[in-house]
Design a protein around this ligand. Structure first.
Ligand SMILES: Cc1cc2nc3c(=O)[nH]c(=O)nc-3n(C[C@H](O)[C@H](O)[C@H](O)COP(=O)(O)OP(=O)(O)OC[C@H]3O[C@@H](n4cnc5c(N)ncnc54)[C@H](O)[C@@H]3O)c2cc1C
Length: 475
């Protein structure tokens, strides 16, 4: 960890206190401790060992979008790093102040500005907690159809900045499909707002520039997102495919003829046994798949009937739909003890995405590179396919090593390197929805090839002194 020179910091702190008020500027050790780890495994392990990999010098808690712009202007002028912090639920180390400086905690920006029930949009400040926003919308018979498993901690800004996805994405899309326009502050330019109509032809679309930018270009301060009515009905089904390949083929066909299940979660055999079975409370084997269909009752029933027929043509056995409902009711249990591992275990999620033409090769590549070679460490690799598109799908490969031992960090890094290189070799993209942060930064140049230089140039234009979240996204 490199640190920011004391003189610049002291000047910045004085400017921050006079701009935001002393109460919004935090420098006490106890409070700074809360910002030394998000959910990135090496950060959690280092924090537990008493040697955190990151620590801000100061945390600021702005209450308005203008204050956010002021913080960035101060950081720019004083050349002090500034790192956005939403809910701190990120798995990639994105919100960690690895070079010290300022952490800007955005949770004070939590206002719902407008719910437009005619256009079906919500405009909300970026620090709004996901669960709270959902409750406010649900009370009006509406929902933001973005349900990440981290909804109780994550913020709207974090959803967008890390390019996330929710459990209903196969029907409603990822966050980049749901965000319609946004406002952001950049260090050199102050507040900017992107065009807010369904489609336009007035030049490039700047909203998408900030989706997935992980705080490296600026701070998202508000967003307008698509909302939908709560479905009249949500129906569950469960099937077991004879193989992963048969399942991929069937779901591909269903999507390509136009069906839109809201949930398609297909567990490979190891994941069925080790992850799905313990949570639903039944001993199962095979390639278990949960499906959900929703919307108007009649169209949901039709989509279910047609999709199940396509699955049966691929050899699927139709199971009791109660299994699907039980999975839905317990879907957050996967992320809590006893199902969520704890230190000294090592864990991580190899989250890769590919076209249908390549996805089976990617699946085999991960098995070969990670599942088999690390068996002697006790590693389990539980793979499921959970976000499906008309031209490809993703693999959520959760690995767990029960006890990493004294060289746990080196083992963790080796598993990642083997997994990422195998996925890239097989034609995958290294992440579908968890983002890059520190964890995947080293693969970005290889991932983007010659286009990487364009990303660097955009960064230099918006953040000429490189103060925005340095060391993330491979920048
Ligand atoms: C148990 C668990 C389950 C998870 N499940 C899912 C899931 O189902 N789907 C999914 O997509 N992710 C999931 N995640 C990952 C994580 O929760 C998401 O990436 C989430 O969107 C991060 O939001 P956050 O507000 O916590 O962001 P943070 O962790 O605080 O930040 C993430 C990144 O975004 C930047 N950032 C945050 N706010 C802003 C802003 N306003 N402007 C600019 N940059 C900003 C940060 O600097 C950092 O780089 C899960 C994590 C956990 C721990």
């Amino acid at each position: 960890m490199t640190t920011t020179p004391r003189g610049e910091l002291a000047d910045a702190e004085a400017s921050l206190s006079s701009a935001l008020g002393a109460g919004a500027v935090i420098t006490t050790d106890a409070e700074l401790d809360a910002y030394t780890a998000d959910t990135y495994w090496p950060a959690l392990a280092a924090k537990a060992a008493g040697t955190p990999i990151a620590r801000p010098d100061v945390v600021v808690r702005p209450r308005t979008e203008e204050e956010v712009a002021t913080v960035l202007a101060i950081a720019h002028e004083r050349r002090v790093p500034v790192v956005p912090w939403g809910g701190g639920s990120g798995t990639q180390g994105g919100a960690l102040a690895i070079h010290g400086g300022i952490v800007i905690d955005l949770r004070g920006l939590d206002e719902v500005i407008e719910i437009d029930e005619t256009s079906m949009t919500v405009t909300v400040q970026a620090g709004k907690n996901g669960r709270e926003l959902e409750a406010e919308l649900n009370a009006r018979g509406l929902m933001l159809p973005h349900y990440p498993a981290s909804v109780e901690w994550a913020t709207v800004g974090g959803y967008i900045a890390a390019r996330g996805s929710g459990v209903l994405s196969t029907r409603y899309g990822k966050i980049e499909d749901l965000v319609l326009s946004l406002r952001a502050a950049t260090p050199a330019g102050g507040l900017m707002e992107t065009v807010g109509v369904p489609r336009h032809a007035v030049g490039p679309e700047l909203t998408q520039l900030f989706v997935g930018s992980e705080g490296t270009l600026g701070v998202i301060t508000r967003a307008t997102l698509a909302i939908v009515p709560m479905p009249e009905e949500r129906r569950f089904a469960a099937v077991a495919f004879p193989s992963v390949g048969a399942g991929i083929g069937a779901i591909r066909r269903a999507l390509q003829v136009g069906h839109r299940p809201s949930v398609v979660r297909m567990y490979d055999e190891e994941a069925t046994r080790l992850a799905f079975s313990p949570v639903v409370g039944e001993e199962l084997s095979g390639v278990y798949t949960v499906l959900a269909f929703e919307g108007e009752a009649e169209s949901a029933a039709l989509e279910e009937r047609r999709t199940i027929a396509i699955a049966q043509e691929a050899g699927a056995e139709v199971l009791d739909p109660a299994l699907g409902q039980r999975w839905w009711d317990r879907r957050y249990d996967f992320y809590h003890p006893p199902h969520q591992p704890e230190l000294p275990a090592i864990w991580g999620t190899l989250d890769v995405v590919a076209t249908y033409a390549r996805i089976e090769a990617v699946y085999e590549a991960l098995r070969t590179a990670v599942r088999e070679p690390y068996r002697d460490t006790g590693l389990q690799l539980r793979m499921h396919f959970s976000h499906w598109y008309s031209w490809g799908t993703m693999i959520y490969g959760r690995f767990v090593v029960p006890d990493g031992g004294p060289d746990a960090l080196a083992l963790h890094d080796r598993i990642w390197a083997d997994g990422m290189n195998a996925a890239l070799d097989a034609g995958a993209v290294i992440n579908d929805h968890h983002g890059v942060g520190i964890k995947l930064g080293p693969y970005m140049r290889r991932q983007h090839g010659v286009s990487w230089e364009a990303v660097r140039q955009i960064k230099a234009a918006l953040d000429p002194h490189g103060v925005m979240n340095p060391g993330k996204l491979g920048l």
